[in-house]
Design a binder for this molecule. Structure first.
Ligand SMILES: Nc1ncnc2c1ncn2[C@@H]1O[C@H](COP(=O)(O)OP(=O)(O)OP(=O)(O)O)[C@@H](O)[C@H]1O
Ligand SMILES: [Mg+2]
Length: 475
């Protein structure tokens, strides 16, 4: 299980309010504050939505009629950007119709104005409880899914056999392991395998992705803090290191760890003790450290960015995972493995790779390593209307096996980054899919048969994607 930091506020919950009436916002903030909630009101929902990302709201309370953006639009944006934050609609008595359509649009519930404080609080509590339950469920199912099947390390190259052997040998020990290799080679997979094969397997595996925690927070996230350590620390909190008690601590991208944290980590490895921020007590921790990096730590040391003493502590055993292009014989095995997994996950039977595509996969240079292989195959399977995956599905912009120039002088064009906006991404996906479908099918009747979309529906989609003209040209 990947542990992330959770706020354990002593407040009952964080409520954000959108209401264009200043007085109403004030009343709500005050009333909720007295009930032990942390509340913040915005008269302008556009500003409120912009601020929401940083507020860690548990519930949103919104008016329906507001200038600039109405409650329905707020609901739509919430569904898109913050699907796990429940929305309660505030509505003036007598306009319940609006509330009903809001419920249909995904609101958690509605409250009529004037409201009774007790009812308001009860509704908020229910919404928060609902959110906690869903979050706990998600976390639990992730945990179960991982517990059920530790992922297998696929490959028969000498390099991978050596990696498997190193895992077997080091897993039973307490030695710190440093896993090195470029992006996407399988460093985290190996770290999890070490834990899964160790006597600590029943204890937690806590992964910390060092660059993802802001430098200002990393100490308290990792080592925890005592009550009163800083403003807002109204109770003490255990850090991720303590959460790994008895188990394995995985520090991913360890080269990114700030200097002062490197010192604290060194102390932890030497003394097997930590101190929480603002604490005096020494807390004993029993953990096994596995670290990973895609940087050259020797160069980082030479540049004065990584401590030498720490380096020797974490690098007791070094497992180096070579690039996928250096173990070509693993490519077909991995490809088949990923295809089987996708076929189970997407419930698409009979997925297979043509011999030509296997040749192309082996010829490609794989700068993104195994992760790239996994992603490219997933995209090919999703976009391919037939179960047979061919070269054009995997390499739409040219077959690496028949590329004239050597791959070093003509790197494969990068796959364009997906837009972050869900609707834009979906539009782009649909368009790419439809174009591909048409190319494969040749005409709309066949395209409808292959895709399982009705002809009428397909035509609408093509028109929306601006591809209907292609169809006429094709005819
Ligand atoms: N030998 C392998 N067998 C099966 N799956 C693999 C293998 N190597 C990598 N994978 C899969 O490829 C993906 C990338 O692996 P992983 O996240 O472990 O790489 P990483 O080295 O940590 O990458 P990054 O540096 O980008 O964090 C994962 O989905 C992983 O399960
Ligand atoms: Mg990783």
């Amino acid at each position: 299980m990947t542990a992330t930091a959770h706020n354990a506020p002593s407040v009952r919950g964080r409520v954000v309010i959108f209401d264009d009436e200043i007085a109403m916002g004030r009343i709500l903030v005050k009333a909720l504050g007295m009930e032990g909630f942390e509340a913040q009101a915005f008269t302008n929902p556009v500003e409120g939505l912009a601020a929401l990302g940083g507020l860690q709201a548990d519930v949103l309370l919104t008016d329906i009629r507001m200038p600039g953006m109405d409650g329905m639009q707020v609901l739509e944006r919430m569904g898109r950007d913050y699907p796990d934050v429940p929305v309660l609609i505030l509505t003036a008595y007598g306009t319940v119709e609006g509330a009903v359509s809001a419920m249909q649009a995904g609101a958690f519930n509605y409250i009529t104005k004037p409201f009774q404080q007790s009812n308001l609080v009860a509704q908020i509590e229910r919404a928060i409880e609902h959110r906690r339950m869903t979050q706990a469920n998600i976390r639990l199912s992730e945990h179960l899914a991982e517990g059920a099947a530790p992922r297998e390390i696929i490959g028969r190259s000498a390099a991978i056999q050596r990696v498997r052997q190193m895992i077997e040998r080091t897993a039973p020990t307490m030695s710190s392991v440093l896993i090195t290799g470029r992006s996407g080679v399988g460093k985290e997979l190996v770290a999890r395998a070490i834990h899964a094969q160790s006597p600590r397997r029943a204890r937690p595996f806590v992964a910390i992705n060092c660059p993802s925690i802001s430098p200002g927070l990393i100490e308290s996230e990792m080592f925890g803090y005592e009550r009163g350590a800083f403003t807002g620390a109204d109770r003490s909190k255990m850090g991720l290191v303590e959460l790994a008690q008895g188990g394995t601590l995985f520090l991913d991208e360890i080269a990114e760890l700030p200097g002062d944290i490197q010192v604290k980590l060194l102390r932890l490895l030497q003394e097997r003790e930590i101190q929480r921020v603002g604490g005096l007590k020494q807390i004993r921790v029993d953990l096994r450290l596995v670290a990973a990096t895609n940087r050259d730590l020797t160069a980082e040391m030479a540049a004065g960015r990584f401590r030498e003493d720490l380096y020797y502590r974490i690098n007791v055993v070094n497992i180096e995972i070579p690039d996928l292009s250096e173990r070509v014989e693993d490519i077909p095995l991995l490809a088949v493995h990923f295809l089987e997994r996708m076929s189970r996950r997407l419930r698409r039977s009979g997925l297979r790779l043509t011999p030509a595509v296997l040749a192309s996969l082996t010829a490609y240079s794989w700068p993104g390593n195994v992760r790239e292989l996994e992603n490219i195959l997933e995209r090919a399977v999703v976009l391919s209307p037939t179960p047979e995956i061919d070269v054009a599905d995997v390499f739409p912009s040219g077959d690496p096996a028949t590329a004239r120039a050597p791959p070093s002088s003509t790197p494969a064009p990068p796959v364009p980054a997906w837009p972050i906006d869900y609707h834009e991404a979906r539009l782009r996906f649909e368009r790419e899919y439809l174009r591909h479908l048409l190319e494969r099918a040749g005409n709309i009747t066949r395209a409808a048969q292959l895709s399982g979309i009705s002809r009428r529906n397909l035509y609408d989609k093509l028109e929306k994607a601006g591809l209907a003209d292609d169809l006429i040209r094709k005819k």
